[in-house]
Design a protein around this ligand. Structure first.
Ligand code: AMP
Length: 148
């Protein structure tokens, strides 16, 4: 079996990220692969679907600062090398694809929620990452457990 050489872990920086990170770290260790992590900050205007009729730049700056701090803590806690934590502004799924291509990653690791029913198995980001990825994608089950 070919080994993975460069793994990109996508994190939403919620508590669930630790579980997804554990799996990505184990894979990186067993494949002797380089491990990168990415967090994408969605512009508020994108998240709320259009123009917001007020100046939100200071709110967006605060979100950016907080995400930078959290990603810094996350990469430190998980022993990632300097420069292997990436903070990007944009649409999560397309930015994750772009970074994976730029880095030459051969595996993207995301979390997936065990929602009921097949159609809801993957959350929207995990689903978006899976579709259109040019490398393997591993969806690590997190959160609720399915009873079906
Ligand atoms: P969701 O599809 O939003 O339920 O999220 C599932 C997974 O997608 C998370 O566990 C992360 O791996 C990834 N993800 C979601 N949002 C982001 C984000 N803003 N930046 C990077 N990865 C994300």
């Amino acid at each position: 079996m070919p080994q993975y050489q460069r793994i990109l872990l996508a994190v939403d920086l919620t508590d669930e990220s630790a579980r997804v990170a554990q799996r990505a770290k184990a894979l990186a260790a067993s494949n002797s692969a380089e491990l990168h992590a990415v967090h994408v900050i969605e512009p508020l205007s994108l998240a709320y679907g259009g123009d917001i009729p007020m100046d939100i730049s200071s709110v967006q700056d605060q979100i950016h600062e907080q995400a930078k701090r959290h990603l810094g803590e996350f990469t430190k806690q998980n022993g990632l090398l300097e420069g292997h934590g990436h903070l990007i502004f944009g649409r999560p799924d397309s930015e994750i694809h772009r970074l994976a291509d730029d880095l030459g990653a051969d595996l993207i690791v995301v979390g997936s929620h065990g929602r009921h029913g097949l159609a809801l198995l993957l959350g929207s980001t995990a689903n978006g990452v899976l579709h259109g990825a040019t490398c393997d994608v591993l969806a690590v089950r997190v959160g609720e457990t399915s009873s079906t």
